[in-house]
Write a protein that binds this ligand. Structure first.
Ligand code: UD1
Length: 371
């Protein structure tokens, strides 16, 4: 879909169901490379990134059966040919880097194009590489590719200087078959990391501590395929919550992963919204006027950077002044220019955006630069 036309000014009312989490499916798809036989993933959302990851797995030689209607995705990786992820695919989706760990673990060698920078920041993968080196991999970077080799990875103690979500996942995927114990310190706490660890454990891995800052992986020699259900997408759910709150609506969000959204819920309540847990989901009731709140993005369980643009949109018509600080990515304010085209009053000062609430915004042609 290239264009969405929105007729504004309505309160949002009704019920929506949250899809499976994109950021949980992609690592689960990468985990399929660790077993030869059919792995099944259910509750898979309909998204371009899923299609891109399928193309990547196909390119590697995997067989895929996908029924987008029912959200069932089956992957068999018996005939993986060359463990290489080419530039053309990695450049369209950074999460392709997730195949590095499992390919190395299974084929003793992997060659993956470096993702390079992206619109929201430099986004290096140095910590993925540092961790693999610690596990004994030989790492070479040439012609824009990273090539990693290791006859058998060895368990190691890895400290991540910055909390990285896909970095934690990649190292977990690599460590599953390593010799001995790998300990990842300052690991990412995100629910998607826990979802991956749970799935790997069900496949026969021995991972403890996922969801805490220290994850221990005891290497095993064999994994078996499983059927895994993807957790609901907390960012999609959070976006619905903000949409309901900012339009003074009344929306019941089914399958809302409420306990993964505490930082957002607190902010929405501070802003005047009511959030009511009901059976099977959460109801969000917006109130008038929206009160301005300050927000600082930080890794989970703090306020998610992936919700920063949405809460900023809400603050544009709040009563008062709101300071929004982005600490995760260095350049994640591209939406500010677009909001200003609708009449928002926002000033950027380094990593802070100061939003002065205006009475209303007006419709305009816009470009979507972020979530
Ligand atoms: C994941 C999410 C993305 C979300 C982000 C932060 C997926 C597929 N994507 O992205 O939606 O916005 O987490 O919550 O799960 N960093 C380094 N070196 C590294 C790796 C990361 O310096 O080797 C830095 C990054 O530049 C960034 C910070 O660490 O400033 C966090 O990035 P990271 O958690 O790795 O983001 P992704 O896993 O790419």
């Amino acid at each position: 879909m290239d264009k969405i036309v929105i007729e504004g000014g309505n309160r949002l009312m009704g019920e929506v169901t949250v899809s499976g989490a994109k950021n949980a499916v992609l690592p689960l798809m990468a985990a399929s490379l660790l077993v030869e036989d059919w792995n099944t993933i259910t509750n898979v959302p309909r998204l371009k990134d899923i299609e891109t990851f399928k193309v990547l797995l196909n390119h590697l030689g995997s067989e895929i059966i996908h029924d987008p209607g029912s959200g069932v995705l089956k992957i068999r990786t018996q005939r993986v040919k060359a463990p290489e992820a080419p530039y053309d695919l990695v450049k369209t989706m950074r999460a392709s880097i997730l195949v590095l760990g499992p390919l190395l673990s299974r084929f003793k060698v992997a060659r993956v194009s470096l993702p390079g920078g992206c619109a929201i920041g430099e986004r290096p993968i140095d910590l993925h590489i540092k961790g693999l080196k610690k596990m004994g991999a030989d790492v070479r970077i040439d012609h824009g590719y990273v090539t990693v080799r290791a006859d058998r990875l060895k368990g190691a103690k890895i400290y991540l200087d910055t909390t990285t979500v896909t970095g934690t996942e990649n190292l977990m995927l690599a460590a599953v078959h390593a010799e001995g114990a790998t300990v990842i310190e300052n690991a990412a706490l995100e629910p998607e990391v826990v979802c991956l660890a749970d799935a790997l454990n069900r496949m026969g891995a021995r991972i403890r501590g996922a969801g805490t800052e220290t994850i221990r992986i005891d290497g095993v020699t064999e994994l078996t395929p499983v059927e895994v259900r993807v957790i609901p997408d907390r960012i999609e759910a959070g976006t619905f919550m903000v949409a309901a709150a900012m339009t003074k609506g009344n929306v019941f969000i089914k399958d809302c992963p409420y306990r993964h959204l505490e930082s957002l819920s607190m902010k929405l309540k501070e802003a005047g919204a009511q959030i009511i847990e009901e059976e099977g989901g959460v109801r969000v009731l917006g109130d008038y006027p929206v009160r301005s709140v300050d927000v600082k993005t930080v890794p989970y369980p703090g306020f998610p950077t992936d919700m920063q643009a949405q809460i900023m949109s809400m603050m544009c018509t709040a009563g008062g002044l709101s300071v929004i600080t982005e600490t995760v990515f260095e350049n994640r304010f591209m939406h500010v220019g677009e909001l200003k085209r609708m009449g928002a009053d926002i000033t950027i000062d380094g990593r802070c955006a100061v939003v002065r609430g205006v009475r209303s915004l007006s419709g305009a042609p816009l470009m979507a630069t972020d979530l």
